[in-house]
Design a protein around this ligand. Structure first.
Ligand code: NB4
Ligand code: NI
Length: 183
């Protein structure tokens, strides 16, 4: 299973490189890596397993964070309306996005960053993502709010971009933002 010692930290060159496309059909090894990434998210959100293995809670994970430089992401998040979004994807791509931006009101954190970085991270409010699912179906999904933010954070990792690269200082203080019970 994946634990925090498998998660590489800022300064590691993989986090700054552009990940490679996964060839479909995926190899058994790639599929197993993606399955383990999703298992990590479940374990990290389960108070017992998180405590037992010392896992920081995560709602998303990108393969480069475990030093696998391939375009794979896992997302496990309950949105603002309490709906669960669980996705394990190869080669996710934002094919369109809103003009409207949003942000998490308390900023973002990252499992590859062991420090608090204050500041707001502008994200598209709505995106459409095309990808290949772990079951190798071509999918197109429309996402908004927190789920859209998680996808943008993870797809950024595939392109060597860290959340703090996008922090803006003077943001519109009246801008609608997404409450985060957590950072
Ligand atoms: C990815 C997220 C950072 C901002 C907002 C939040 C958490 C991460 C990083 C957008 C994407 C991981 C991947 C949380 C969390 C709220 C919901 C449900 C019960 C605990 C969970 C905690 F854990 N970020 N962590 N950071 N990353 N909310 N929640 N809660 O997931 O670095 O690239 O279980
Ligand atoms: Ni991250």
């Amino acid at each position: 299973m994946i634990t925090m010692k498998d998660v590489i930290k800022e300064g590691h060159p993989t986090l700054r490189s552009v990940a490679k496309e996964v060839e479909i059909p995926a190899s058994k090894e790639d599929k197993e890596t993606l399955r383990k990434m999703m298992e990590f998210l479940h374990n990290s959100q389960n108070p017992e397993t998180a405590e037992k293995y010392g896992l920081r809670p995560g709602i998303g994970l990108a393969a480069p964070q475990i030093n696998v430089n391939k375009r794979m992401i896992a997302v496990l998040v309950n949105d603002e309306n309490g709906n669960l979004h669980e996705y394990a994807l190869y080669n996710p791509k934002i094919v369109s996005h809103s003009v409207e931006m949003t942000q998490l009101e308390n900023g973002e954190g990252c499992l590859s960053v062991d420090r608090d970085v204050p500041g707001l991270v502008p994200r598209y409010a709505r995106i459409t993502v095309q990808a290949t699912s772990i079951d190798e179906e071509e999918i197109s999904i429309r996402l908004k709010g927190l789920t859209a933010i998680v996808f943008q954070h993870e797809i950024d990792h595939l392109n060597g971009i860290m959340f703090y690269d996008r922090i803006v200082e003077n943001n519109d203080p009246f801008k609608k933002s997404i409450p985060s019970s957590f950072k």
